[in-house]
Design a protein around this ligand. Structure first.
Ligand code: SDX
Length: 432
């Protein structure tokens, strides 16, 4: 980051001395006003609940332009990565800063493949959960439990330890997600198979069983791999910021990633794909296309508490580029599976058409986000709705661990410790 010639001056109408604040520039995107000395110089904090105007860190991993609807991973547009690369290419890029050459890719794929198994003890841990537990509850537990097994790589100041933890997490997430799924169905877990692709291996662990193997459908494999790419990282979103804050205490990477899984579960964040599909199924059950207009009136009525799930975004005030790619993938998979007349897709497209022409949405710059179509394609693949956020967590693990590693490798990083505006009682004595 570069010190700008421009400076910010903060003056006060009560005659307190004005102060000058430095401004820093990144490579692209908004400049930042450096307020690190503000409290020391003024005795005041800034106030920004929800961090609408706050950059919590400098990062070189992902860039989003919300007005243009642009998303870059290490400078590469998501549209090009989704078409020309696979998910492990993208993991390598996000972790290392550039796309792998042929040898690097081969070595990376082999490293990840060779770490897909989990310690057999994890199965005993898994059996402690109710079979009907939500998969995200199980996944939060399983990911956190990984820190109970890898004592050989917990020195976070050691780049090699950081790297092997990243490989282990990327490699084991598909195994853990499929374990949670199989457990919920009362089926035995399926071991990884090293001669399959990353995504093909995941599909087989999900849908094979000891009595019948699973033939990977190439269209489904490619579609799911693209879904992983689209979800791989997304700047300082809520779960990534959680991973950074959790990791800033110096805890191990498995615990930090488990905090990201827990945060992603929320319906305002990664849980929106599950909530969106439930919304579409509800509309379908209540009469389908004929009732869409009435539903949209509810959404616009503040008192209804109804939101159009899968719509809107804190940063994108234009179409989420991932939503466009997700809609294309959705249509590809549905037609490959002979489901092009899927009523939920028709419903989603009807809702989108109305919203994009309705003043309520246009004024608030509400567009479909990554979650609007992802549930429909996952459902068509056979992934249960309750597992959609688990798939999101699987894909986002590479972004989380790369952002965590970027923070830990920064010699200037400190433990995160925001302050507050206190609005409680003034000091008072206990009278007994
Ligand atoms: C993800 O941050 C990331 O990058 C996240 C993510 C990632 O990859 O990590 O992109 C993944 O989480 C995508 C978002 C998934 N969430 C949803 O689809 C849930 C539905 N959308 C929202 O609840 C909402 O849009 C948020 C949470 C996504 C963004 O919320 P903001 O930025 O805090 O905006 P807001 O809630 O203040 O809404 C602004 C206005 C409000 O109306 P007014 O008070 O101005 O009158 O827009 C309205 C809101 O009521 N609004 C919606 C709406 N989203 C916002 N109204 C109806 N339906 C919606 N979906």
């Amino acid at each position: 980051m570069k010190l700008s010639d421009n400076k910010a001056t903060l003056s006060f109408t009560d005659g307190s001395p004005a102060i000058e604040l430095p401004i820093y520039q990144g490579t692209i995107g908004p400049d930042v006003i450096d307020i690190r000395k503000l409290y020391g110089q003024t005795g005041m904090f800034t106030y920004d609940p929800g961090f609408l105007s706050t950059a919590a860190t400098a990062s070189g991993i992902t860039y989003i332009d919300g007005d243009k609807g642009e998303l870059l991973y290490r400078g590469y547009p998501i549209e090009q990565l989704a078409v020309n690369c696979d998910y492990l290419d993208t993991c390598y890029l996000i972790l290392n800063g550039d796309l792998p050459n042929v040898e690097q890719k081969k070595e990376f794929d082999t490293q990840v493949t060779r770490h897909t198994m989990v310690n057999e003890q994890m199965n005993f841990f898994l059996r402690g959960f109710r079979r009907d537990a939500h998969p995200m509850a199980v996944l939060t537990g399983l990911v956190g439990a990984l820190s109970a097994f890898y004592h050989d790589s917990t020195d976070i100041t050691n780049p090699q330890h950081r790297y092997i933890s990243a490989i282990r997490l990327i490699a084991k997430m598909p195994t853990l997600v499929s374990m949670a799924y199989k457990y919920s169905r009362g089926e035995p877990t399926i071991f990884p198979k090293n001669d399959l692709s990353y995504t093909g291996n995941f599909l087989r662990m999900m849908f094979a069983n000891p009595c019948e193997d699973y033939q990977v459908n190439e269209v489904v494999e490619r579609a799911l791999d693209r879904i992983f790419i689209l979800h791989a990282d997304h700047e300082q979103n809520a779960s990534t910021s959680t991973v950074r804050l959790c990791g800033s205490s110096g805890t191990n990477p498995f615990a930090a990633i488990a905090s990201g899984v827990a945060c992603l579960w929320g319906p305002a964040h990664g849980g929106a794909n599950e909530a969106c599909l439930h919304m579409l199924e509800q509309i379908q059950a209540n009469g389908g296309l004929a009732t869409v207009g009435k539903f949209m009136e509810q959404v616009k009525d503040k008192n209804s508490g109804v939101r159009l799930m899968g719509f809107g975004h804190r940063v994108y005030k234009n179409y989420d580029p991932r939503a466009k790619l997700m809609q294309e993938t959705c249509k590809e998979v549905l037609s490959a599976l002979g489901l092009e007349n899927d009523p939920l897709l028709k419903l989603a497209m009807a809702l989108e058409k109305i919203a994009l022409e309705d003043d309520y949405f246009v004024q608030r710059k509400l567009y479909p986000n990554v979650d609007f179509y992802s549930g429909i394609v996952q459902r068509a693949i056979g992934i249960p709705t309750s597992l959609f956020t688990g798939i999101f967590a699987l894909a986002r693990t590479t972004g989380w661990i790369a952002q965590w590693a970027e923070m830990i490798a920064d010699p200037e990083y400190k433990i995160g410790r925001p302050r507050q505006l206190y609005t409680g009682e003034t000091v008072r004595q206990v009278k007994r």
